[in-house]
Design a protein around this ligand. Structure first.
Ligand SMILES: [Mg+2]
Length: 357
């Protein structure tokens, strides 16, 4: 089974509402979709996202891909490509073109070649994963925020993550109160500050939220990603958990674990490195959780790992690209049983969002 052809698509998805946090605000998603085809007619699909600025025009994406990626893929077998352990050094660090799209498409091909959904290929036995609703709400009014919560409640979610980190702590407290109004106090409530605070401010806010009656399941990314000492201080807080790691590469995650600075390690992005990070976390006795993944493909990773607490769901526009998106029901995600990642492109949607630039 050899790779013989590829296709790239440049997409522009206008979001129905602004998403973001205490640091960023986005109203567009630019996505690159990669299709890899084998000589025996299988097609693997991968995705890459850019927020905050448009991707280069399709012609430029294509010439970069032709120059940097295609010579290594043409005629290659997907099995070897997915399992190779790379050791980037020097100028090779971080230089890959569309690494996530390429890896996702390759795993999709491997799953299809052996006739297994990815979660089973990775050794999982149960397609069901606990999921939490994530509102990405920092730029929404209270009314819009409440409407998002109502919609997630109607879908059956019993765990919710909301944005905090407003300069005025009363804003944070009001939003947390709205969550309790909609879901009741039984909800697993998580907050994400997206690095808004100093360690001291994070300690203060954690205590204030608790003193005001909010029982937080976790606090996510309270301080700068590489402040391992600061994270070690925060992980000592006994009444909540610290979730971080989202913004760190593999080495950063290792240093975080070594520092004792995390209670729930946030993994996502590329499957290979996420699996390695999850295994490393397990060695420290630390569970993992998955942040948002494109078209929710991370459900396969989550369903295959022994200590994955839950995965994030934000009901984003990218799910409109799937003929049959990953199913979320009753507060759980269900990994598709189709071979590969199981996400087949809806050609009408692909054409609708297509923007060669
Ligand atoms: Mg986050």
């Amino acid at each position: 089974m050899k790779i013989t052809a590829y296709a790239l698509h440049r997409l522009h998805l206008k979001l129905p509402r602004p998403i973001g946090d205490s640091q960023v605000r986005f109203v567009d998603h630019w996505m690159t979709v990669l299709e890899l085809t084998t000589g025996d007619g299988l097609t693997g699909v991968g995705f890459e996202l850019q927020q905050g600025k448009p991707t280069p025009a399709l012609a430029q994406l294509q010439s970069q891909f032709e120059y940097n990626v295609w010579p290594g893929l043409q005629g290659a077998t997907p099995f070897g490509e997915t399992l190779r352990i790379a050791r980037p050094r020097g100028g090779n660090v971080g230089s890959a073109t569309l690494p996530l799209a390429v890896e996702t498409a390759l795993w999709d091909l491997v799953g299809k070649a052996v006739g297994l959904p990815l979660y089973r290929l990775f050794g999982g036995t149960d397609p069901q994963v606990r999921a939490y609703a994530s509102t990405l709400d920092f730029h929404l009014s209270d009314g819009e925020f409440r409407a998002r919560l109502d919609a997630f409640k109607a879908m059956g979610f019993r765990a919710v993550k909301v944005k905090v980190g407003h300069a005025d702590i009363r804003w944070d407290l009001r939003r947390l109160a709205i969550v309790y109004e909609v879901f009741g106090r039984g909800v697993d409530l998580m907050v994400d500050a997206n690095e808004a605070w100093s360690p001291k401010e994070a300690l203060y806010r954690a205590h204030r939220y608790r003193d005001e009656g909010f029982d937080l399941y976790w606090i996510e990314d309270p301080i700068s990603r590489e402040d391992y000492q600061g994270y070690a201080r925060l992980a000592d807080i006994p009444f909540t958990r610290i979730n971080t790691g989202e913004y760190l590469g593999f080495s950063g995650k290792r240093r975080l674990l070594e520092a004792g600075g995390v209670d729930v390690l946030n993994i996502h992005d590329q499957i290979g490195v996420a699996r390695a990070a999850a295994q490393l976390a397990g060695d420290f006795g630390i569970p993992v959780a998955l942040g948002n993944t494109l078209l929710e493909i991370g459900v396969h990773l989550a369903a295959s790992l022994p200590e994955c607490l839950c995965m994030e769901y934000s009901d984003l526009e990218w799910n409109r690209l799937a003929k049959e998106p990953v199913r979320f029901e009753g507060g759980y995600a269900f990994a598709p049983e189709r071979p590969g990642h199981g996400i087949e492109l809806d050609r009408d949607a692909l054409n609708r969002y297509s923007d060669p630039g």
